[in-house]
Ligand binder design. Structure first.
Ligand code: PLP
Length: 397
């Protein structure tokens, strides 16, 4: 009954690999970029403020500061939050390395907290156990696009005088208790990498409701210089001051034009992602070898990723073999994430394995299935067929 797997020489489900994520660009996007190229300002121009205003208004926050990546936005947020030498910042182990790296850029100490088994979101009990008099900030991650427990985290941070930063690289457009992601934390950072909700190629944005924090991040983006180069040029002035050490984290106007154009499509992108996620959920609900992430009912996901967990004790193959078999079928699976402190750089900083047992255990059985707004129903059905085929072939009888 079982078909021969492509990895064993059988016919693959797809000839060309379906990526796990990719951008969706239309003619309107292309025109927006080209128009800027023909204008006066390729960087520090009017499109930057336009993109910032569009994101601030979408999220319902006072300030948005655009960066050339989410990593830069996280770095700026850590700087504005006061992360520095001899401070500690708590970060979940289950995230992309950039979340923790932003703390290291500020010479802060990273303290890893564990995640909850059902959602893989930061576990507040684990976080509480890691608080110390040196804790300065907490970075929560909206894993796979589902918002973290922002109200509880914010209450805890406010009670202790800590800054709450949300790494919302996955969750632009997600909602939490009726509000948009970005409204609840002191700082929220978004990514516009091609696999994320909307893209500018590379790009990021930090949002905040605090005037002073917004100003600090704005200066940080441009060498720590307090005045705006376009305003200076227009006034014919040359004087500027560098108040703090900053970076060149500016995003060009072409990319902001793409961002403005993409943002108009964000809700339709999320609706499409949500439809594919529902299709997957229905297809896998009754497959005992597959566990899905819990969907919490006080929030809606932006459906950035569709990670599944494999019940390996029901199968005769390990995660790596299943991963390779799916790839051979033409399904561009991925894994999100290797626990951050398993990476060699963090190992050299003396983090020991075993620190966050749930993140470590779940990592071993995670596989991310393709999910992006440009996928057709046929693409989604290919993914379901390939998963059924591979699981079926390795099922213990
Ligand atoms: C993509 C991502 C980032 C980094 O975003 P860039 O825009 O590529 O710098 C940070 N954190 C998480 C969780 C991400 O997925």
């Amino acid at each position: 009954m079982t078909e021969k797997l492509a990895i064993d020489g059988g016919a693959p489900i797809r000839q060309h690999v379906l990526p796990y994520g990719r951008q969706v660009i239309d003619d309107e996007d292309v025109r927006a970029v080209v128009d800027v190229l023909k204008g006066d300002w390729l960087t520090t121009g009017p499109l930057v403020a336009q993109f910032e205003e569009a994101v601030a208004s979408y999220c319902g926050v006072k300030h948005a500061v655009a960066f050339n990546s989410c990593t830069a936005a996280l770095h700026a947020a850590c700087f504005a939050a006061g992360v520095e030498t001899s401070t500690e910042t708590i970060v979940p182990a289950m995230t992309f390395v950039a979340t923790a790296n932003a703390v290291l850029f500020c010479r802060g100490h990273v303290v890893f907290a564990d995640v909850k088994t059902d959602s893989l979101l930061l576990d507040i009990d684990s976080l509480r156990a890691r608080l110390s008099p040196r804790t300065r900030a907490v970075i929560a991650v909206d894993y796979a696009g589902q918002p973290a427990d922002i109200s509880e985290l914010r209450a805890l941070c406010d009670e202790r005088g800590l800054k709450l930063i949300v790494d919302a690289a996955h969750s632009l457009g997600a909602k939490y208790r009726g509000g948009s992601v970005g409204q609840h934390a002191h700082f929220t950072a978004f990514s516009f990498h091609p696999v994320k909700s909307i893209t500018t190629g590379e790009g990021g944005m930090a949002v905040t409701n605090d005037d002073r924090d917004a100003q600090r991040m704005r200066a940080f983006r441009s060498h720590g210089i307090n005045s705006d180069p376009r305003a200076r040029a227009e006034r014919g002035e040359w004087l500027y001051e560098m108040a703090h050490l900053g970076y060149n984290y500016r995003i060009p106007d072409m990319l902001c034009a793409l961002g403005v154009s993409q943002l108009r499509k964000l809700d339709s992108f999320i609706a499409r992602r949500s439809a594919i996620a529902s299709l997957y959920r229905k297809a896998f609900a009754a497959v005992p070898e597959i566990e899905l992430l819990a969907e919490l009912d006080d929030r809606t996901s932006s459906h950035h990723l569709f990670p599944i967990r494999i019940n390996l004790d029901r199968l005769s193959a390990g995660r790596t073999q299943i991963f390779r078999a799916l790839r051979a079928e033409g399904i561009g699976v991925n894994v999100h994430y290797i626990p951050v402190y398993w990476h060699p750089h963090y190992q050299r900083l003396s983090y020991e394995k075993g620190l966050c047992p749930i993140a470590e255990r779940e990592y071993e059985r995670l596989i991310t299935l393709p999910l992006w707004a440009g996928m057709t129903d046929t693409d989604a059905k290919d993914v379901v067929d390939a998963v059924d085929k591979v699981i079926g072939a390795y099922r213990k009888s």
